[in-house]
Ligand binder design. Structure first.
Ligand code: AMP
Length: 459
């Protein structure tokens, strides 16, 4: 990581002071390489993975450029998934805290259109969204992009992979041609090069050394021999006892089967795949991120936007279909300086994939033996937290403080036993320590939130 400080950049003091409050002391590699060009107004293509600090790279660029007095949409950020868009919006709000009255709006699929149209009528400076939904609003004439002077394509490779090419073209067509364009992508297939050629002007290329180098991620590779993959996964989970682990596999069906099997053995595991309804996806992610579920079994696409500060472990159920995807998967552990562990299972037939990965990385990887079967005799540890779902949310004007208050009133539950609180439009999730779940349920059911009785369900 580079040691350059943000103060070497031409950033307004409100942004700089806030960065200091956030504890962003030095720039990450991608930031130090791309920000000077972004601030100079150049188009930039950057190889940015989740965890590299790419959001702050383009976020600071667009906040510096923003004229808050002009209440028009000046920046548009396109993301492949709603989870990523939410995360990006959150990071931008965080970075922009020092500037008054910035309005960041997210427009994503899977959410009702009506409220989005309402928000659009109120106006915004920055829009973050998914291509399909942004295109819908453009078609309906509800969204105008004539004042956009900065366009960001985040995880461009995924957007193309998910079939958003046409939507992207249609959206870009509606933005002024004299805009600045920033493109972030983990991989650079031909399709990216060709879109870049069409929509960018003399882009500066920024390629950073991978953030998932051997210093922060231990990469372990196991040939399974005659052990079946599921047992191999159980051995690894039992040996290392991760608080949060993601198992990557290829098909949606596989995610479900593995998660079901793991649950049968007593692990707290859930599947995350594109077949789930948005509500169930949100619920699964919430439970994983608030530490009530320790294992998530996911496809690559579904795991996009997954932002867990300290993902302890990634298990590749089989090698990814290409090396860049592999590197991207394992980059999800060990981020922000945490030690991560990446395990890959393969069988004899896939040996050539290990050779290819070694050639790609330029170093050899030692094949290790799986843990011995003794580890299966230990009890499986359960997550520390449990999620409660409350049948009231943002629309009922519930705020996190109301829920915390209801739990901790009259010496009920100690604040330290309450974890993340997350609000959705019509419900809220709160994580509480597993050992006080009953009491938490009682406190909530017997109390009131915003003057009304609520129903609570343990998930
Ligand atoms: P991203 O790659 O944009 O998803 O960012 C990964 C995480 O790193 C986020 O939680 C950011 O808040 C954090 N982050 C970004 N830039 C810095 C920085 N310069 N110093 C410390 N943390 C950072």
């Amino acid at each position: 990581m580079s040691q350059l400080s943000f103060s070497s950049l031409q950033l307004q003091s409100d942004l700089l002071n806030n960065l200091e409050t956030l504890g962003y002391t030095s720039m990450t590699e991608i930031q130090s390489q791309s920000l000077p060009h972004i601030l100079d107004g150049n188009d930039v293509i950057a190889q940015g993975q989740t965890g590299s600090g790419k959001t702050a790279a383009f976020g600071l660029g667009l906040l510096e450029k923003l004229d808050v007095e002009r209440f028009r949409i000046q920046s548009l950020i396109l993301c492949p998934t709603r989870e990523l868009a939410d995360q990006v919006a959150k990071e931008i709000r965080k970075l922009g805290r020092g500037i008054h009255n910035i309005k960041v709006l997210t427009l994503c699929g899977g959410m009702p259109l009506g409220p989005q149209i309402g928000s659009l009528e109120h106006g915004a400076h920055i829009v973050v969204g998914t291509p399909g939904r942004i295109e819908d609003h453009l078609r309906k004439g509800k969204l105008k992009l004539d004042h956009v002077n900065l366009l960001v394509l985040d995880e461009a490779d995924r957007m193309l992979e998910m079939g958003f090419q046409d939507a992207l073209d249609a959206i870009i067509e509606c933005t002024p041609s004299e805009r600045q364009t920033l493109l972030f992508s983990a991989t650079f297939p031909d399709q990216i090069q060709s879109i870049a050629k069409r929509i960018m002007k003399q882009p500066v290329m920024v390629q950073v050394a991978s953030t998932h180098d051997s210093t922060s991620i231990q990469q372990h590779v196991y040939e399974i021999g005659d052990i079946d993959r599921l047992t191999a996964v159980r051995l690894l989970l039992m040996q290392h006892n991760p608080e949060s682990a993601v198992i990557f596999c290829t098909t949606k069906r596989e995610t479900q089967e593995i998660a079901d099997e793991l649950r049968r053995y007593g692990f707290s595991a859930l599947a995350l795949n594109g077949d789930l309804e948005q509500k169930d996806r949100d619920q699964t992610l919430t439970r994983f991120m608030n530490k009530s579920i320790s294992v998530l079994v996911a496809t690559d696409v579904a795991a996009r936007g997954l932002d867990v500060e300290a993902l302890d472990m990634v298990i590749n159920y089989q090698f990814a279909h290409d090396n860049e995807v592999h590197v991207h998967r394992i980059g999800r552990t060990g981020r922000a300086g945490n030690q991560g562990m990446a395990c890959t299972l393969y069988d004899e037939k896939e040996h050539y994939k290990l050779d290819a990965l070694e050639a790609y990385l330029g170093h050899s990887i030692e094949v290790e033996s799986l843990p011995s079967f003794d580890v299966l005799d230990k009890p499986i540890s359960v997550p520390l937290m449990t999620t409660l779902r409350i049948d009231a949310g943002k629309k009922q004007k519930i705020r996190p403080g109301d829920i915390l208050g209801a739990l901790t009133r009259e010496n009920g539950i100690a604040g330290s036993q309450v974890g993340k609180i997350q609000l959705a439009p019509n419900w809220a999730y709160v994580a509480v320590s597993r050992d006080i779940v009953k009491k938490a349920l009682n406190m909530l059911e017997q109390g009131k939130l915003k003057g009304r009785k609520i129903r609570v369900q343990r998930l």
